[in-house]
Structures are given as structure tokens and as C-alpha cells.
Design a protein around this ligand. Structure first.
Ligand code: FAD
Length: 330
């Protein structure tokens, strides 16, 4: 998996000294007893509903990613890694680079964090749902060992989509949670799909879920056998964002990189399909695809797909099954 590391001299936007006091006078200086005068909350909707549950549900409408917060913990067995699933993570500032997490005061993690202490943030990938459950205490012990990488003396969950290491520079009262503002010392992102959380359940992006690649091989064969071979030199655009999506591509040799606004989203290798969605919905391409190496592809036009589907109703049915499978959440 290709990665970009932000180490050594920071990029310009991160290259700012962090001064002792971040905030203008008067900001961040309220104390618990002064902050809240009343805890009355008006809940609109069904009369008689449990206000606490309705408030939680309201907050749950905000879709987020999922992170695992990590730090070191000392116990009788020595230095241990402690991790906790959190979706209350937010970027705060680019200059200086700051993030914040909100941690339940009853959580073990809460007792481990204080000013000067570092925490790691691992942004989970779609396929790391089990890790999210694990670090939320939703699965029992005995599941396989979790692997960590240590950066800036801070553990980070291996295989996550992005990593940050932050040092706590402020901790603020947040009711039954506390806010730990961290100055980011390290950031790294990779490629892939994020794990999402919405309405109390995990969700995932459908955007690049496979359609063609999940068709039975004999049907795929009847479509691809009539494709048109095209080659691209390294760095050459295969498709550009906004182009009409008239063809889908199958990679025969080499690798292609999907990019949006210059950010790499995914890299595909031999056997992978791309451009599937635009070929069906007829809308413009939503991302660039660039040849990451010399690239040999098979281009399959919308007209050819339509023709094969008319000829072979079995192929049309298989495609409907593949599409329906995308909406299953298991
Ligand atoms: P524990 O409950 O003791 O540990 C958490 C779990 O992680 C345990 O099962 C433990 O065995 C496992 N674990 C810890 N370290 C390791 C390790 N080194 N290797 C393997 N397993 C390990 N709570 C918040 O306060 N803020 C949030 O933003 C937040 N967001 C959440 C989002 C989601 C999607 C979910 C599912 C939960 C969220 N929670 C959040 C709840 C929080 O994850 C749980 O309450 C969690 O159990 C609190 O962890 P803890 O620090 O008390 O430690």
C-alpha cells in the first residue's frame, strides 16, 4: 500500500512555532461551575420519549469516521499499550496543527491523558470494523493480537488509513467528557476506504464498491472479450475528473492511481476494474485516474455493455445481484 509520510521538516502549513498561549484572552478560561447555568434541553418530536436517548440519537445523525486513540499505560506487567475507540475526534487548527478528542470521564483512557502526554490517533479503514469493536470493549478477550507501530514513542494501530501523534497541550472540561487538545507532531495518510459511523451503526462508502469484478467469470469473459486494448505511459491520465464516463477499464498490466484534487485515494493493480459507476449513470467522472506505472488496460464502452446485457439476460441478472449486494451491510 503506497503511503505518504510527513516526517522531518514539516510542510509549510505546519511550519509554525506553537507559542505558550494559543488563545486570545477570555477564550478557554471558563471553569466548570461557571459554564453551565441550567441543563434544560428542549427535545422536539414524539412526546414522552426519553430525552437522553433522543439527544444521543440527534447527535448520532452527524456521520463521522472512527478512530482508535492509543497511549502508553503502565501496569504490573510494565509498559502496555492502551487503546480506545473514539469518533469524537476533530481537527481544530492547521496553524498551529491542533486536533481535539473528547473522552468519557469514566474511561480508562481518561485517567491516562494529561497535559504533556502524547496520544496516537489511528483513523480506521473500512475493513477494520472488528478493531473498532475490540477497542470499544464490544468483543471478548481472546481475539487475535493487535499490531502497533511506534512513532514519536506513541503506539499507532497498524494498517489504519491515517495516523496522527499529538501531545496534549490543553485539557478542558466537557461535562461528563473531557476535551484533550493535542498539538500534532506527526501525520501520515495512506489509501483506502474509511470506516464510517452514523446513527449508532457502522456504514461504508459505496462509491468504489465493485460491480463488474463481482460478476461470475463466464459473464465477465463475454464482456471483456470484446474490449478495446489501450496503453498509457507512467504519469499519463487515463481519465480526468469531469470527463464523460463512456468506458470502464480493466487493468491487464501495471498500476493505476485514483486521485481527487491531487490526493491519492486508491491504487489498482492487474485484474481491477475502474470507471464502473460513471459508465452506468452516465454522469461525469468523479476523480482522475493516472497511470502509476506503464499501464495496459482493456476499455469497455457503455454501448458494448448494453449490447452484451441485451444478448445475455443472465448477465443482466448477475449484475443486478452484484448491485444489490453493495447495499447489504454485513
Ligand atoms: P477499556 O474499556 O478497558 O478498553 C477498551 C477495549 O480495548 C477493551 O476491550 C480492551 O481489551 C481493548 N484494548 C485496550 N488496549 C488494548 C491493546 N493494547 N490490545 C488489544 N486490545 C486492547 N468513548 C469516548 O469516550 N469518546 C468517543 O469519542 C467514543 N467514540 C466511540 C465511537 C464508537 C464507534 C464506539 C463503538 C465507541 C465509542 N466510545 C467513545 C466508547 C469507548 O470506545 C468505550 O467506552 C471504551 O470501552 C472505553 O475504553 P476505556 O479507555 O475505558 O478502556
Amino acid at each position: 500500500m503506497a503511503e505518504r509520510r510527513v516526517v522531518g521538516p514539516p510542510p509549510l502549513e505546519f511550519d509554525l512555532p506553537v507559542h505558550g498561549g494559543f488563545a486570545p484572552v477570555g477564550i478557554g478560561e471558563t471553569f466548570p461551575d461557571e459554564a453551565i447555568e441550567s441543563d434544560e434541553l428542549e427535545i422536539a418530536g414524539e412526546p414522552g420519549q426519553d430525552p437522553a436517548a433522543a439527544f444521543r440519537r440527534t447527535l448520532g445523525m452527524f456521520a463521522t469516521g472512527v478512530t482508535v486513540i492509543t497511549t502508553h499505560a503502565k501496569d504490573q506487567e510494565g509498559d502496555q499499550v492502551h487503546g480506545m475507540t473514539a469518533n469524537a475526534f476533530m481537527s481544530v487548527s492547521l496553524r498551529p496543527p491542533l486536533v481535539v478528542i473528547s473522552v468519557d470521564r469514566r474511561a480508562k483512557m481518561h485517567a491516562l491523558l494529561h497535559e504533556g502526554r502524547r496520544y496516537g490517533i489511528s483513523v480506521l479503514a473500512d475493513e477494520q470494523r472488528a478493531l473498532s469493536d475490540r477497542f470499544a470493549g464490544r468483543t471478548g478477550e481472546g481475539t487475535e493480537e493487535v499490531e502497533f507501530d511506534v512513532v514519536h514513542e506513541t503506539p499507532l494501530v497498524r494498517g489504519a488509513l491515517a495516523h496522527l501523534v499529538a501531545r496534549v497541550v490543553r485539557s478542558n472540561w466537557g461535562g461528563d467528557h473531557s476535551l484533550f487538545v493535542g498539538q500534532v507532531e506527526y501525520a501520515r495518510y495512506g489509501e483506502g476506504q474509511p470506516l464510517l459511523f452514523h446513527g449508532g451503526r457502522y456504514e461504508h462508502l459505496l462509491e468504489r464498491a465493485p460491480v463488474f469484478s463481482s460478476l461470475p467469470p463466464e459473464i465477465l469473459e463475454s464482456i471483456t472479450s470484446e474490449g478495446d486494448e489501450r496503453t498509457f505511459e507512467e504519469g499519463e491520465f487515463v481519465v480526468r475528473e469531469g470527463d464523460p464516463g463512456d468506458d470502464l477499464f480493466v487493468i491487464l498490466d501495471g498500476e493505476a492511481r485514483v486521485e481527487r484534487k491531487g490526493n491519492a485515494l486508491a491504487t489498482f493493480g492487474p485484474g481491477a476494474f475502474f470507471g464502473e459507476i460513471a459508465v452506468f449513470d452516465g454522469r461525469p467522472r468523479s476523480a482522475d485516474v493516472v497511470a502509476a506505472t506503464r499501464l495496459r488496460t482493456l476499455a469497455i464502452s457503455r454501448d458494448l455493455i448494453r449490447e452484451v446485457l441485451m444478448r445475455e439476460p443472465r448477465a443482466a441478472w448477475a449484475m443486478l445481484e452484484a448491485l444489490a449486494a453493495r447495499f447489504r451491510d454485513d
